[in-house]
Ligand binder design. Sequence first.
Ligand code: IPM
Ligand code: MG
Length: 364
Amino acid sequence: MKIAILPGDGIGPEVTAQSARVLRAVVGNRVDLRMEEAPIGQAGVDAAGVPLPGATLALAQAADAILFGAVGGPTDELPDRSKRPGSGLLKLRKSLSLFANFRPAVLFPELIGASTLRPDVVAGVDMLILRELNGDLYFGEPRGVHLENGRRVGVNTMRYSEDEVARIAHVGFQAARQRRGKLCSVDKANVLETMQLWRDVVTEVSREYPDVALTHLYVDAASMMLIRAPKQFDVIVTGNVFGDILSDAAAMLTGSIGMLPSASLGIGAGVAGAKVPGLYEPVHGSAPDIAGRDIANPLASVLSAAMMLRHSLGLPEEALRIERAVRAVLANGYRTADIHQAGTRLVGTAEMGDAVVKALDFAT
Ligand code: IPM
Ligand code: MG
C-alpha cells in the first residue's frame, strides 16, 4: 500500500515522524507499506516555489492514503494567497475532492484534569464533528479585495449547492447510525440564505434515515452548548467555516488540540466497512513557536494514523491497537507539555512516540 507522507512545516515533521513509526510498527511485515515523502506548505515553497508542488500532488493522487503534518511559515502573510502555505492544504483537499472531514473529539478519561473546563462538564465527551471541506466561504466566488470609490472592499462568498449539502448530510446520517444515532446539523439559517438551503436539504435527506434523531442548532447556540453541555452531542454536521471554528473549540474539551486527529475523505466516506483514499491530518497547526524542540504532542498525528488504518487501509484491528496503546501510555502517566499536570511524567515528542510503539505489544 502506498502512503504519501507530507510532513509540511513547523512541528509537522516531528509529529509525522512519530506517527509514521507507529504505523510501521503496528503493521509489522504483514503489510507492505510503501512510504514516500514530499514537501507541502512552506516546505513546498522552499523546494519548488509553490505550496503544493506538482510532484507532491501527483504522489498524493497515486497514494492509498496521505499522512499530513502541518503547514505554515513566513510566506503566510504574502499578499499572493496562492503562495501561502495554507493554500497548499486547501488545494490538496479540493483537488482530491476530499469533502468529508471527520474530526472526532473524545476525552480520554486520563486527561479529565487537562481540560480547562470542569471535570463534570467534560467527563464522557465523545463526539464527531463532521466538517464539509470543499465549499463555503473557503472556495466561493467572487472573492478578493478591490477598490470602490478609492476605498478597499473585501468580498468572500458563502456558497453551497444542494448536492454538496446532500452528500455531506448522507455521510453525517451514516456516521450517526454507526454511533449513538443522533445528528445535530449546525447552520445560521436565521440570517443566511445559504444556510437556510443547508437546513432544508439536511431535513430532506433525513427522510431516508428515520432511525437517526436529527436536530438543528444555529452556530452561535451550538458554540455555547459545546462549552455548557458537550455530552449531548453525538455527530455534528456543519459547513467548512463553522466546522473549522467549532472543531478548535471542541478540541479544548479533550484537554489539548494536540490530541485531535482528523480524516478527510471523498466518495464512500462513512459507509461502514468502505475503504476509501483519504488525507489524515492532525487538527492542530504548525506551532512555529515550539517547532524543532521535541516538545510537541505527536498523539493527534498518531491517532490520525489509526484513522487511516480504519478508513483507507482496511485494517481496523490495527487501528484499535494504536488507540489502545495511546490509552495505555496516558494511563501510565506519560504526558507532553500541553497535557502535563503535576504527578505525571513529562516527555518529549520522540519519547512519546517510543512509549506508544512499546505499548503496541500489549495492546492486542
Ligand atoms: C484546519 C486549519 C486549516 C483550515 C488552515 C491551515 C488552512 O485551520 O484544518 O482546521 O482552515 O481548514
Ligand atoms: Mg482550523
